[in-house]
Design a protein around this ligand. Sequence first.
Ligand code: HEM
Length: 133
Amino acid sequence: MYQPVASREVRYGDLDLWPTRLKTGFWAWLLHRITGLLMVFYLFLHIIVISSVLWGTGSFDAVMDVLKKPVFAAGEMLLVSAVIYHGLNGIRVILFDVGIGIKNQKALFWAAFALAVVGFFWALKVFWPLIFG
Ligand code: HEM
């Protein structure tokens, strides 16, 4: 049977969201926003890049040549981490919304963060030849 976990005040206190205290919950919240906006930015960029084919295959190839630069591979590694963190932390936030895991919010943040770091190194392995030849 569903039981409300706690009062609203207790729940917010447990999540450590208060910006001036700079605790784990706040950093989790901030990183969620940064990664969310990063993905929106990437999505726009992706649509623009793909649309370049409308100006002819020459334009598309020219854009693709620019995207071969190491800086874009580095950006994509960060994107892999951002997607993993945002997705997992999103599930963490949704669980809190239904009253699950609030007391373990720190551990859940570090689990999401650790998997995002693993994703970064996995992407580094994949992109290594593109960056360093
Ligand atoms: C597994 C996939 C995803 C899950 C589970 C997820 C979950 C969530 C949740 C729960 C929130 C609200 C957080 C809160 O109220 O504190 C949120 C916010 C947001 N998400 Fe996602 N999300 C996912 C994928 C994406 C993708 C693909 C994008 C962008 C292309 C995105 C962009 C955003 C943005 C911009 C916000 C608002 C951040 C803000 O309030 O400043 N999300 N997401």
